[in-house]
Design a binder for this molecule. Structure first.
Ligand code: C2E
Ligand code: CA
Ligand code: CA
Ligand code: CA
Length: 278
């Protein structure tokens, strides 16, 4: 028994060590990702369930590391948050989303919005708003073309977050609450914060058809949004049945693999912006 235990322990140790080594390797390479040009953005269309068209996109960060290959944001974003790298990475996202918006504007597309994800740590930076404002001015982008997605985690520190978001709103930037319903105190946040969009978390959408409770929660969020005059977007829509359900419930928009995965900018443009005039 003792022998087996020891072997097991050693196996566990080796496993742990490689996990830690991987983590360090990811951090080391992530530190250089910006200068090496390994980051890029993909754009996932948000489909208007009445017109079937996309007038907004969520920008999602992609990292194709020369050494590690493609690394999932689910892995490197939390690491970037823990190490503070999220500030420079977040700034990169702001700059590059603005550049892309400007590029599309120059091609004659003006009637669209790009949503970017903002980490709680980023929003807490004292110079976050001036950074964002400068980026918009530098790239000659109208604030109404930009939306920021924040999570309930960003709203916990109410005394600081409320004035910050009010300033952003005053600039003309749209504010969306991401993963809505997965945090807590959501309802009091809705009262205090200047919110324009609620995004129903994919965990509720996933079983919207088979599970009565998920269906009830999704419908409740849609109706809440309607009563408050807030746009509602369902995330993670993967099937026609889910899309039908959301359309019947009069959800405004839907986002998910059923419509499109996140796309490189040129493909998003081709498929959703440059629709032939009729
Ligand atoms: P999120 O903001 O909730 O983004 C939605 C995630 O769901 C994205 O994963 C997207 O690719 C994925 N998705 C889209 N449609 C479907 C679908 O139909 N089914 C399923 N199962 N998934 C779908 P992704 O791109 O891997 O990003 C993961 C998370 O990483 C994001 O979750 C967000 O929290 C974070 N993230 C991504 N880009 C950024 C960024 O630029 N800044 C920050 N701070 N966080 C980011
Ligand atoms: Ca998001
Ligand atoms: Ca989300
Ligand atoms: Ca999420």
């Amino acid at each position: 028994v003792k022998e087996r235990g020891r072997a097991h322990y050693q196996f566990y140790r080796t496993d742990m060590n490689s996990a830690i080594t991987n983590f360090l390797a990811i951090e080391t390479h992530l530190r250089k990702a910006i200068e090496k040009g390994e980051l890029f953005l993909h754009y996932q269309p948000q489909i208007d369930l009445v017109t079937g068209k996309a007038r907004s996109f969520e920008a999602l960060l992609r990292w194709n590391s020369i050494e590690l290959g493609p690394v999932s944001p689910g892995l490197f974003i939390p690491l970037a948050e823990d190490t503070g790298l999220i500030i420079s990475i977040g700034n990169w996202v702001i700059e590059n989303a603005c550049k892309q918006i400007r590029l599309w504007n120059k091609k004659g597309y003006t009637d669209f919005r790009v949503a970017i994800n903002i980490s709680p740590k980023q929003l807490q930076q004292p110079n976050f708003i001036s950074y964002l404002k400068n980026a918009l001015e530098k790239h000659n982008v109208h604030p109404s073309s930009l939306e920021i997605e924040i999570t309930e985690g960003s709203m916990e520190n109410t005394n600081e977050a409320v004035p910050a978001l009010k300033k952003l709103k005053k600039l003309g930037i749209t504010i969306a609450v991401d993963d809505f319903g997965t945090g807590y105190s959501s309802l009091s946040y809705l009262k205090q914060f200047p919110i324009d969009v609620l995004k129903i978390d994919q965990s509720f959408v996933k079983d919207i058809i088979g599970n009565d409770k998920d269906a009830a929660i999704a419908s409740a969020i849609i109706h809440l949004g309607k009563s408050l005059g807030v746009e509602v977007i369902a995330e993670g829509v993967e099937t026609a049945l889910q899309a039908d359900f959301l359309t019947k419930e009069e959800c405004h928009k839907a986002q998910g693999y059923f419509f499109s995965k996140p796309l490189p900018a040129n493909e998003a443009e081709e498929k959703y912006l440059s629709l032939p005039m009729v």
